[in-house]
Ligand binder design. Structure first.
Ligand code: MN
Length: 187
């Protein structure tokens, strides 16, 4: 977590510098308080997953932009062993592991999510043109998109425009494993 905090602190400062945003502007654009942003930049806070998503959306950046650098060595081939993809972040009990971080060459980031029983989250809209692809590996879950909940069982997949309100929930007694591939249109 320490390394993540340090990386996040510098990535946030860099993103603000690139855009010329003050802390006030950043707070207004992300919905994250100026105090929290200051703590993150000083490496004093481990923000929740929800806070990180707000920051990424506010900057029109991918989620993985804030987690670590893209591998500059990897070009034609990138081998990502299972041990390196183990859950890196947890909010409540939701686990997120990164299959592939965002790379502008490819325009997507790809996660595996584990939703514990009773988990429910509604996300703020991503930026215009962002599309999510959910595919359930095990269990049953529901995805909120286009104004209603859609039931998905193992093997089902759903693609939806994620530039509107959307969400995920698990109404069952078993943890759900699913994949989420998020496409970002070009810069
Ligand atoms: Mn989303």
């Amino acid at each position: 977590m320490q390394a993540l905090n340090q990386y996040l602190a510098s990535a946030l400062k860099q993103a603000r510098r690139t855009r010329g945003w003050s802390l006030d502007t950043t707070a207004a654009n992300t919905g994250v308080s100026k105090a929290m942003l200051g703590q993150i930049e000083r490496g004093e806070s481990s923000p929740t997953l929800a806070t990180l998503w707000k920051i990424a959306s506010g900057f029109d950046l991918s989620f993985t932009y804030f987690l670590g650098p893209a591998n500059p060595e990897a070009d034609a081939l990138e081998w990502r062993p299972a041990e390196q993809q183990r859950p890196q972040l947890a909010e409540g009990e939701m686990q997120v592991s990164v299959r592939f971080p965002y790379d502008p060459k490819y325009g997507f980031e790809w996660f595996e999510l584990a939703l514990p029983p009773g988990y429910e989250r509604i996300s703020e809209p991503h930026n215009s043109g962002v599309v999510e692809h959910i595919s359930v590996r095990s269990g049953e879950m529901e995805v909120f998109a286009q104004g209603r909940w859609h039931k998905l069982k193992a093997g089902d997949s759903l693609r939806f425009a994620a530039d509107a309100e959307h969400g995920y929930r698990n109404l069952t007694a078993q943890t759900v494993q699913c994949e989420d591939l998020i496409y970002y249109p070009g810069p």
